[in-house]
Design a protein around this ligand. Structure first.
Ligand code: FER
Length: 368
């Protein structure tokens, strides 16, 4: 067999195996009792005395996920034929290989770097931005704000080619599923002190909780004035991994009217008070506050997901799902079977978020 057909064969086999193995646990907004929530919270907890020292290498894994070996067919530049398929709103645990593959017939955007004046921090701050390959001020684009993990910065996603962000966004736009979309990767550590460093203690985490102010008051207005973007909740998406997942949930609960489509991947502990193996978290909210305000305009789609073998945040994401459910807050929860705190979850979360956007917008078009 030629290289091309071997790759295609492997891709098809892998896709078939993955979909055969998939156990989709999508649940939307049913109620559970709070006893169950508490029991999961306890399972998560151990003593903070065992806080682990974090090496420089580990810091990279927190920021963007533990590195996973890519199978060769997933990184090959073979032309994978995309079969015509009907768009549904089904969650798929794994991002399909044809969505992450580099296609010769698709022009991918590139990340560049920009800065903005942050009134919140009193500093000039940086962000990376992925513009579509044919970005033009004649068009306007929706924007996804994508938040990195602890110890990360605005380069965490753009510097890790194995998360396939460019490919996922580029391929889905090329297929006509989604509009061409701008991805903004901020530095989520919104401190006024350039010397302050993140760490596993309450004070060192405060700048992450302050990012909501920097995002809403400084970065979003900057992006909306500097780039040709569509504004409003229908065109403004929010997603984040781990510490970025935690802030994604927090920001969405505080400002639900700003974001139409949201995905929190492998969200870190600390939204509510708890002690895990790294530290004691005072909690950003009371358990009863982990919901949208009465009468709030809420996102069309609010996804939470996590790997079933997450060695960093464990079952905290599941406990957020249970808390949201107990508080009657509609969302989608699913797990990625076998995935750790890694790019498998990032690829899956990004793909499913964009797929839900594609489906929702196609339904809106059909009814209008
Ligand atoms: C914690 C566990 C995990 C925590 C943060 C994380 C601030 C974040 C991990 C990541 O971003 O990868 O207790 O406290």
């Amino acid at each position: 067999m030629k290289k091309k057909s071997v790759s295609l064969f492997l891709a098809c086999m892998t896709a078939a195996l993955l979909s055969a193995c998939g156990t989709n646990t999508q649940e939307v907004g049913a109620m559970t009792d709070s006893a169950k929530v508490e029991s999961t919270m306890e399972e998560n907890s151990s003593t903070a005395e065992s806080a682990e020292a974090v090496s420089e290498e580990d810091k990279g894994s927190f920021a963007t996920g533990i590195v996973v070996e890519e199978s060769s067919e997933a990184t090959s530049d073979a032309q994978v034929t995309v079969e015509e398929s009907v768009l549904t709103n089904e969650i798929e645990e794994r991002c399909p290989i044809n969505v992450t593959s580099t296609r010769k017939d698709v022009q991918y955007g590139d990340f560049t770097h920009g800065t903005y004046a942050s009134k919140t921090c009193g500093l000039e701050r940086g962000y990376s931005i992925l513009l579509p390959a044919d970005y033009s001020t004649d068009k306007q684009y929706p924007v996804l704000y994508l938040l990195h993990g602890i110890f990360g910065n605005e380069y965490s996603f753009s510097g890790d080619a194995s998360n396939k962000i460019k490919e996922i966004v580029g391929n889905m736009a090329a297929e006509g599923l989604i509009e061409e979309t701008i991805v903004v990767c901020p530095n989520m550590y919104a401190s006024s002190d350039p010397a302050q460093q993140p760490g596993f203690d309450a004070e060192s985490c405060l700048p992450y909780d302050n990012f909501i102010n920097d995002l809403v008051n400084d970065l979003m207005p900057h992006i909306e004035s500097e780039y040709s973007v569509l504004t409003g909740r229908e065109n403004t998406y929010l997603a984040g991994f781990s510490m970025g997942g935690r802030e994604t949930i927090f920001i969405t609960l505080q400002k639900p009217e700003l974001f139409g489509y949201v995905c929190a991947m492998s969200a870190a502990p600390g939204i509510v008070a708890t002690t895990d193996k790294f530290m004691t978290h005072p909690g950003q909210l009371q358990e009863s506050e982990v919901k949208f305000a009465e009468d709030a305009v809420t996102p069309n789609i609010f996804i939470l997901c996590c790997g079933t073998r997450d060695s960093v945040v464990g079952t905290y994401p599941k406990s957020y799902h249970e808390l949201l459910e107990a508080n009657g807050t509609e969302h989608i929860w699913y797990e990625v079977t076998g995935a750790d705190h890694d790019n498998n979850v990032i690829k899956s979360g990004l793909y499913n978020l964009l797929k839900q956007i594609a489906y929702n917008k196609s339904q809106d078009e059909a009814t209008n």
